[in-house]
Write a new protein. Structure first.
Length: 139
């Protein structure tokens, strides 16, 4: 459902330089099939959810690096506690794109995620007016 909503939004915006992929992103160790737990009717879902699950669907998980996308200018992630794993699968993409800014959500300020982003050479700032949105830049 989330994929189809994304495709519809792209079509309605009349933007032609966006390609939608019906996959989840993760680390090399997560590549394969995973169970996506749907926790709300508005698209809320996570492979890490363990409560409030409405239904589940199997999804294909790949790494961002496997897409071989070049010259990324900005990354926005909201992958419900899978951010660290997505970044593990994006190291070459980040390097090839000169470490683009990353906007991400972290509800629990996961130390593993924040330490890893720092190890990649990023500085992290919390966005004003939010408790859980952060911007990582190399500036």
């Amino acid at each position: 459902m989330t994929y189809y909503a994304l495709c519809g939004s792209v079509a309605l915006s009349n933007i032609h330089n966006i390609t939608c992929h019906n996959v989840g992103l993760g680390s090399p160790e997560q590549v394969g099939t995973a169970s996506l737990k749907i926790v709300s009717n508005d698209g809320g879902s996570s492979i890490h959810a363990d409560a409030g699950i409405i239904r589940e669907e199997n999804i294909q998980v790949i790494t961002l690096d496997s897409l071989k996308i070049q010259d990324i200018g900005f990354i926005k992630m909201d992958v419900e506690e899978n951010e660290y794993f997505v970044l593990l699968g994006a190291t070459e993409t980040l390097k090839e794109s000169n470490n683009p800014p990353i906007l991400f959500e972290s509800n629990n300020k996961d130390p593993t995620l924040f330490n890893y982003i720092s190890l990649l050479g990023y500085n992290i700032i919390r966005l004003n007016g939010t408790n859980n949105m952060f911007l990582a830049t190399t500036d």
